[in-house]
Design a protein around this ligand. Structure first.
Ligand code: PLP
Length: 378
């Protein structure tokens, strides 16, 4: 079947850069293993494409947030891989999880009891990760519960612990006192389960001292192109985004622009309307903030971001430099994902996971670009 390749905006995902990022992270943390966090459809980038690309680089541990994400990835995760479900077990999910051999992170007492009950009922020792809350107050059992489990011989008969883990509250702040405090608490709790592999670090944790790398690093955002501090693994951008010019116009001084006329041209201006809006994950917080970019020239956003379009000031370009139908850069060499996030008052994670399905996608892999029509990411 052939698709007519028309599109208003284009998301390009460089899987070769992703693979290089994986190799650099892996080499930086070795002898620790580098696992990959592919939750939320690999941060919106497309887990069906990301998982095989990382498998080829030797990645064998994948982390998702939910059972449904693990289910969707069944066909692309090879049998020699481990899939850890970070949010653990929803009530009623126990048998599906056990049938598939997924490894739930046991975070809370209820899930722990349900998993142990399931193991007894099925007469089967079931795999799990055990998460400790070491100070973030998000997910994980406390020290007393960890001690009780370690003291209970039937726990080890029912549950085969594959990983003990915790999550850092401030991994991106290398000087935060809380990092060392969490590491100390983690080591005390992990010592209750000798021989079980340990995991603390996310992407930014890989940039912390070696004591934080432990046995398995859980790399997410760095794989998808957000740079780490100097001295850590080198990271290449993975995602670029472009949108078409729908219309250009020249407006006289005093003309209002967009919903609410929140921008008024101080003098004569040339504008372009671009085919991207908040329904495409381009945040409405970028109204009268942030920019697009064309051949290195910054094109400030003027007026409010609409659902399907934005207006940018193209007065800095030569007349005629942008025409209807041309593609303009929103994320790329002229404007990083981190810059967009900063302009919008948020983080790259939120921009990436919001980009959504309306963009046409193309994947660059082993030097070859393949296109998918908008919405069709498989
Ligand atoms: C999302 C997540 C990660 C990955 O974090 P990054 O900052 O994207 O590297 C690692 N561990 C846990 C528990 C997570 O929830």
């Amino acid at each position: 079947m052939t698709h007519e390749m028309t599109y208003s905006s284009e998301l390009t995902i460089d899987l070769d850069a992703l693979a290089a990022n994986y190799r650099n992270l892996r080499d930086h943390v070795t002898p620790a293993q580098c696992g990959a966090v592919v939750k939320a459809d690999a941060y919106g980038v497309g887990a069906m494409r990301v998982v095989p690309a990382l498998y080829r680089e030797g990645c064998r541990t994948f982390f998702v947030a939910q059972l449904c994400e693990a289910m969707e990835l069944r066909d692309v995760v090879a049998s020699d891989c481990t899939v850890v479900i970070l949010n653990g077990l929803d009530p009623g999910a126990e048998d599906s999880c056990a049938d598939q051999g997924f490894v739930p992170a046991l975070n809370a007492p209820g899930a722990l009891h349900r998993w142990r009950d399931t193991a007894r009922r099925r007469r089967q020792r079931l795999p799990a990760a055990l998460q400790f809350d070491t100070g973030m107050s998000r997910l994980g059992v406390d020290a007393a519960m960890a001690q009780a489990l370690a003291d209970d011989p039937s726990f080890a008969e029912e549950v085969e612990l594959r990983l003990v883990m915790t999550h850092l509250a401030s991994a991106d702040e290398p000087d935060a006192m809380s990092n060392a405090a969490q590491l100390n608490r983690f080591e005390a709790m992990a010592a209750l389960f000798p021989g079980v592999p340990r995991s603390i670090a996310n992407s930014f944790g890989s940039a912390l001292p070696r004591a934080f790398h432990n046995d398995v690093v859980r790399a997410g955002i760095a794989l998808y192109g957000v740079p780490l501090p100097a001295g850590a693994a080198a990271i290449r951008p993975v995602v670029s985004l472009r949108a078409r010019v729908l219309q250009t116009r020249e407006i006289p001084a005093g003309t209002g622009v967009g919903y609410g006329l929140t921008y008024t041209a101080p003098d004569v201006r040339r504008l372009a309307t671009l085919a991207i809006g908040y329904a495409d994950g381009w945040p409405r917080a970028l109204s009268n903030r942030g920019a697009a970019c064309h051949n290195g020239v910054r094109l400030p956003i003027v007026g409010r971001v609409s659902m399907d379009s934005i207006m940018v000031d193209i007065s800095a370009l030569d007349a005629g430099a942008l025409q209807e139908g041309d593609l303009v850069e929103l994320i790329g060499p002229g404007q990083s994902l981190d810059q967009v996030a900063a302009d919008a008052g948020t983080i790259a994670y939120e921009i990436l996971t919001s980009l959504g399905r309306r963009h046409a996608r193309s994947y660059l892999e082993r030097g070859i670009t393949t296109a998918c029509i908008a919405g069709d990411v498989r």
